[in-house]
Structures are given as structure tokens and as C-alpha cells.
Design a binder for this molecule. Structure first.
Ligand code: NM2
Length: 511
């Protein structure tokens, strides 16, 4: 994903590094990773236990927050506030609906989608929700549909709230800077970007972003390295994982250093086309009718069961499904939401509040559904027809090995796997790019419109972001490490969300 499309020309570098914010953020990352490096086993145990505890005790708040945001946004879209235009009342949208949709999709989605779209069904089919019989028709339908819910309507509402909370005051009150603290303007209209409250919000923004991208990169790296290992005939190892990580940072670092900002943006556009091409190939070369049937079925199934899924707390069996998946997903979306909101606010000039809500829900959910339907159901078909036991590979090895094997079963499998790998590398590199830009901008004191943070500062953050994925690959149960990090960092944003909603209503009332 990338936000470069709206970042101004790389030549204009401005602002001074905000030492306090910078120090705090670096200190926090170091203090989180050093104990993991020194005491991997104990850290692994403590982290896994704390994830279980936190998700168990706090999970319900994430579920309530999601329900509340969905209702809140439907109300705003249906009310007269939906007519408020982001900009002057007579302004027309700056970007066409297509470009706007493509840009917001690239900003909000990354390699994580490729990982889960291909494999999420396999996590559910043997331990399905709602007490369904493992591998029964019901279990299969839940397995094929749950991913659409986790990346669907409700999830995009979590992204939409900060977008509007930032965009409404920014455009309607003509604010000079675009920072997360703008989302509280309705409550604190006189506080500027240097106020301690604004700086604290910026700090939360940085930490949430590190945690959110940590999960994406922590999932993408072993996936890319498994594919690469298979293509070049080398066993996957910690060394290969680290090499892949640095390859992704190098792709990004070189582009920033050579001032190829627009190059990486174009790369991300090309990536969307590559995903579409690969999906078309899998659809045509794979069991086309099964994919289309299962896809249609799961869209209907997930729409019909949306209320069931959004309110299911699993009170009786406490199977761990909610804590392991739904709560983790909500936390992941929440952690990314401020970053996404800041970017989409930038590109939404001239749109109405209603237009932003409705189009984001539709385009976002449909865009995420496509890889789920094609890649996911391709893998599901392999399992059901016993051509490849995906679930067994996950048990014997790991999910990334299963993803690799799924693509290798296609005609011209090596080529398909290579395409999948390149797509994932570009997704990871663009995540480094946009996240490090946002981190550097947040830790810079006052950027004039059109100015960029220093290049070394951006490259520095790209290396800062490497810490969490390394921790993931280094210790056992590493996925839980990044999941815990995401859960912890998203908590303050959840609280902030309450104030954002309040501030948004105040800003809308003032119009
Ligand atoms: N979200 C959308 O890796 C990714 O796809 C980044 C993940 C938050 C679940 C976004």
C-alpha cells in the first residue's frame, strides 16, 4: 500500500525532527524488542499468555466499538449531515470515483490480504464457529464466508470513522495541517498542532502504525521467503527470512534515496493490475464454476449472517474463535485506521460525507472480496477434491508453506508462484514506504504544505519497522507477538475513537 500519490515533490524537504516524539517512539520500539531478543522463550510465553488474557477480557469492547461505528455511520449517512461537502459547497470531487477508489484501496490494504485471502478458510474448516460439525457443509460455508466479514462492511466502517473525523474539520474549517489531532478539532477548536494534546495524539498514531504494519510485515515476510525458497530450491530458514526482509526494505530505501517517490507509487498501481491478472488466471485455469458458485454463495451467506457475526460473542462454548480471529482483526483495522483516515482525508476534497461512507463501504468490501473468492476458493477446492490437503500442510509445516503449495498446483505453477511472490514483495515495499513516510511526518515539527520530512528520517523508520517482523520470525509463536502488539497499540485508538465520534458530531452540527 502507498500514500505517495498525494505526497508532494520529494525535493522540498522541511521541518525539524521533533526530538521528544522521536525519542519516545524509538524508545518504545527498543524496549519492546530487546527483551524478545535476549529472552526469546520466556518472552514468547508471556506474550502468548497476555494476548489470550487481553483478547479474552477486552475483546467485547472491540466488538461493541465495531457495532457502534456501523450504527453511527449509517445514521450519519442517512441524516442531513450526509449532504455536507468536504470543501466548498459548490466544489466537485478532486479525483474520479475510480481513482479515488483505487487509491484508498491501495492505502488501506497490503500483503496481509494476500495471506489471509488464500488461507483463512483453512483455519476455520476443522474448527468452525457456532459449534458446526467440522468439515460439514455448514462448516465449509462459514469458512468461505467469514473472511468476507472480517474484510467487509463492518471493517471498512472502522476505517471510515477517522477519515470523516479528520476530513470534515480539515475542509470545512480550512485547517492548515493534516494531522491526526485534527480529528478532535470539534472538541478542542483552539488547540494547535504544538499543543501537548495534539502531540500525544500524534504519538499514539505512530505507535499504532508500528503495531499495525508489524502484523502485515510479520505475515508477509515468511510468506515471501517460503515462495522464494521454493522457487530457488532453498529451504526456508531464519537467514532467508531476514534476507527477504532486507530485500523489501532495500526496494523501498533505494527508491526513497534516489528520489523515485513517483516510481514506487506507479509500482503500487501496477501491483493492483498484477493482482487482477493473477486472479483472472486462477479463475480461468482453476475450477471456474466452483469458484463462481462458492463466491456467490458466500456473498449471500455473509450478508444474511452479518448481524449474527457482528454480535456473536460465543458466550456458551467460549471456543476461542472470536478472540483468535474477529477481535484480532478489529484490532488490526483499528490500528491502521488513523493512518488510513489521514490519507483518505487528503484525497477526498469535493466529496460529500454520504458519498465517502457509501463508496468506501462498497468499493472496499468488494475489492477485498475478490481475492478471497478467487484465491481462497481455489485452495478450498483443492482440499475438498483431495488434490492437496491444505489443512494437513498447515499442521505439519505452516500456513506459508500451504500458500506456496496452493499456487504450485496451478498450470505453470512456478510462474504463478513467482507472480504471487512479486506482488507480495511490492505490497511489502509500499507498506514500508507509506508507513515510514507517515511516521517521519508525524515526528517532524511543522511541515508546510508541499514539504516532505527528511529522507534519512524516512529510511530510519523503514528500519525501525523491521524490528517487529524479526521478532516474529525469531521466536516461537511469533504470530502471537505481532498480534499482541497490534492489540495493545490499538487500545488507545479505540478510546480515541469515542472522542473522534463526539468531535465529528460537533463539527457537523456547526456546519
Ligand atoms: N487490515 C486491512 O497487510 C494489510 O493488508 C494491511 C490490514 C487492517 C486488516 C491492512
Amino acid at each position: 500500500m502507498t500514500v505517495e500519490s498525494s505526497s508532494p515533490s520529494p525535493e522540498k524537504i522541511g521541518g525539524k525532527v521533533d526530538r521528544v516524539l522521536f525519542g519516545f517512539a524509538v524508545g518504545l520500539i527498543i524496549s519492546a524488542t530487546i527483551p524478545i531478543a535476549l529472552f526469546p522463550e520466556q518472552s514468547s510465553r508471556i506474550i502468548q499468555d497476555s494476548y489470550t488474557l487481553l483478547a479474552d477480557k477486552l475483546g467485547i469492547f472491540y466488538q461493541w466499538a465495531t457495532i457502534a461505528v456501523v450504527i453511527f455511520l449509517i445514521w450519519i449517512a442517512a441524516s442531513r449531515y450526509g449532504n455536507v461537502r468536504l470543501g466548498r459547497d459548490d466544489e466537485s470531487p478532486e479525483f474520479s470515483l475510480f481513482s479515488w477508489g483505487a487509491m484508498l484501496f491501495c492505502a488501506g490494504i497490503g500483503a496481509g490480504l494476500m495471506y489471509w485471502a488464500t488461507i483463512e478458510w483453512a483455519m476455520y474448516i476443522e474448527s468452525p464457529p457456532y459449534g458446526a460439525e467440522p468439515r460439514s457443509v455448514e462448516a465449509i460455508e462459514w469458512a468461505a464466508s467469514y473472511g468476507l466479514f472480517h474484510w467487509g462492511f463492518a471493517a471498512w466502517c472502522l476505517y471510515c470513522l477517522p477519515t470523516l473525523a479528520i476530513a470534515v474539520p480539515f475542509y470545512r474549517n480550512n485547517l492548515p495541517t493534516l494531522r491526526l489531532s485534527v480529528s478532535l478539532h470539534g472538541l478542542f477548536p483552539r488547540h494547535d498542532e504544538h499543543h501537548w494534546l495534539s502531540r500525544s495524539v500524534d504519538f499514539l498514531f505512530m505507535i499504532a502504525l508500528v503495531g499495525g504494519t508489524g502484523t502485515s510485515l510479520g505475515l508477509a515476510t515468511p510468506m515471501i521467503s517460503a515462495a522464494m525458497g521454493r522457487l530457488i530450491g532453498v529451504e526456508q530458514s531464519f537467514g532467508l527470512d531476514v534476507a527477504v526482509l532486507f530485500l523489501c526494505v532495500a526496494v523501498f530505501g533505494t527508491s526513497v534515496y534516489m528520489g523515485l517517490d513517483r516510481g514506487i507509487r506507479r509500482l503500487s498501481d501496477i501491483n493492483v493490475i498484477c493482482v487482477l491478472l493473477l486472479a483472472t488466471y486462477v479463475l480461468v485455469a482453476g475450477p471456474t464454476l466452483f469458484i463462481l458458485r462458492m463466491g456467490t454463495d458466500s456473498i449471500g451467506f455473509s450478508i444474511q449472517n452479518m448481524v449474527r457475526m457482528i454480535t456473536w460473542t460465543d458466550p456458551v462454548t467460549r471456543s476461542g474463535f472470536i478472540e483468535g480471529y474477529t477481535v484480532f482483526y478489529w484490532a488490526w483495522w483499528v490500528a491502521y485506521a488513523p493512518f488510513f483516515g489521514l490519507f483518505v482525508a487528503r484525497i477526498s476534497r469535493g466529496r460529500t460525507v454520504r458519498g465517502v461512507i457509501v463508496n468506501m463501504m462498497l468499493l472496499g468490501s468488494l475489492g477485498c472480496a475478490l481475492p478471497y473468492i478467487v484465491f481462497g476458493n481455489y485452495g478450498l477446492n483443492l482440499e475438498l477434491t483431495e488434490q492437496l490437503s491444505v489443512t494437513q500442510i498447515i499442521k505439519d509445516q505452516n500456513p506459508q508453506a500451504a500458500i506456496t503449495e496452493i499456487f504450485l498446483t496451478l498450470p505453470l505453477g512456478m510462474l504463478a508462484l513467482a507472480a504471487f511472490m512479486v506482488i507480495s514483495i511490492i505490497f511489502a515495499a509500499t507498506t514500508y514506504d507509506s508507513a515510514s513516510y507517515a511516521l517521519a511526518a508525524a515526528a517532524t515539527r511543522h511541515l508546510e504544505p508541499g514539504q516532505n520530512p527528511a529522507r534519512w528520517h524516512r529510511v530510519f523508520w523503514a528500519f525501525g519497522l523491521v524490528a517487529l517482523p524479526i521478532a516474529l520470525m525469531f521466536i516461537e509463536g511469533g504470530l502471537k507477538v505481532v498480534q499482541s502488539a497490534t492489540l495493545v497499540v490499538s487500545l488507545p485508538i479505540l478510546v480515541l475513537g469515542v472522542f473522534m465520534s463526539w468531535s465529528l458530531v460537533k463539527s457537523l452540527r456547526d456546519q
